[in-house]
Design a protein around this ligand. Structure first.
Ligand code: AMP
Length: 311
């Protein structure tokens, strides 16, 4: 079992009310692959520039992540800057420099095409389509995106929704895409637009799953000291998709359990700047956090009224 994943590997500059970090390792694929690597093998497809070296690669050391699909190109690695507001729930993009991603076209090898799962982490939707164009039918395909692409490449994003099994969006992105304020309505509308299954991530307020048959809510772990929310959505996707790839059968997927794995990995990701925390996790810590999240939602069934009453 393995995941073929395309997305960004980046240098991020992040400002939060509590601190600033300049040019640290980031990118949607970085967070995703480190989180997913706790459950399954990941084959990366991405490009970095000449400024990406041993120091950055060391962050992935020891994880089952295959770098055969990492291209090195002349020029600079993708760079992104973001600033969070006081409650850390919303952020402003300060800059996006595509750099080497501007000319990148993934060419998949035979081994990469055989991956059981394909995850299209946030990157230009044209690249996400190029990956889908090259693969045979995997068990599971999933896509993530962001505001920038919903605004600038709406048609390509809509086409992607229809090509994959599972779509992941933040609450803000779901509102932007659907034109609806209320999330239950936004979820229904995105299914009507052609998504087969949808997860709307709501940050510290958990995540909602929508399919034509089912709705499910998964809480977030209540983290007391959030240092940097960057990559939380990607780490959530990593835990979720990593677990689904590892789990036996997509015919009857343990999707609820997978969402709790996603919530657990996301909660670790926000405890530090950069994906450092995700890389250093062990299985005991992950299992304990999954139990803590399960515990948040377990309610015994009790009699609601004393017998004999009416009303
Ligand atoms: P998240 O907080 O889950 O939305 O992910 C943030 C990560 O996405 C950062 O590490 C950025 O480097 C990366 N990112 C931001 N903007 C883009 C973009 N336009 N395309 C690809 N990756 C991006």
């Amino acid at each position: 079992m393995s995941i073929l994943a395309v997305g960004s590997i980046a240098f991020d500059t992040i400002k939060t009310p509590f601190g600033t970090a300049e040019s640290i390792l980031g990118g949607s694929l970085t967070y995703f692959s480190l989180a997913a690597s706790h459950f399954t093998d990941v084959k990366l497809v991405a490009v970095v520039g000449e400024d990406f070296g041993e120091e950055q690669l060391a962050a992935f050391a020891g994880r089952p992540i295959d770098f055969a699909g990492l291209e090195r190109a002349a020029g600079k690695t993708f760079r992104w800057g973001g600033e969070y507001n006081l409650n850390l729930n919303s952020r402003e993009t300060l800059f996006t420099e595509l750099n080497v991603f501007g000319d990148f076209h993934p060419r998949l090898s035979a081994a990469q095409r055989e991956a059981s799962t394909v995850f299209l982490a946030n990157i230009h939707p044209a690249l996400q389509h190029e990956v889908l164009d090259q693969i045979d039918r995997p068990r599971l395909t999933a896509v993530d995106t962001m505001n920038l692409w919903i605004e600038r490449e709406r048609d390509a994003v809509l086409e992607l929704l229809r090509r994959v099994d599972l779509v992941l969006l933040s609450d803000e992105e779901a509102r932007l895409l659907s034109g609806e304020i209320q999330l239950p309505r936004a979820g229904r509308k995105i299914l009507e637009m052609g998504a087969r299954q949808l997860i709307v991530k709501k940050g510290e307020n958990g995540a909602l799953f929508f399919s034509p048959q089912e709705r499910f809510f998964c809480p977030a772990h209540p983290v007391e000291d959030v240092v940097d929310p960057t990559g939380a959505g990607d780490a959530f996707a990593g835990g979720l998709i990593g677990y689904l790839d590892h789990a036996a059968s997509w015919e009857n997927p343990p999707l609820r359990a997978a969402m709790i794995c996603g919530a657990a990995l996301a909660s670790f990701g926000v405890e530090d700047f950069s994906p450092r925390r995700l890389a250093l996790l062990n299985r005991r810590e992950i299992a304990e956090r999954i139990e803590a999240i399960r515990g948040l939602t377990q309610v015994p069934r009790v009699p609601l009224w004393q017998t004999g009453g009416t009303g």
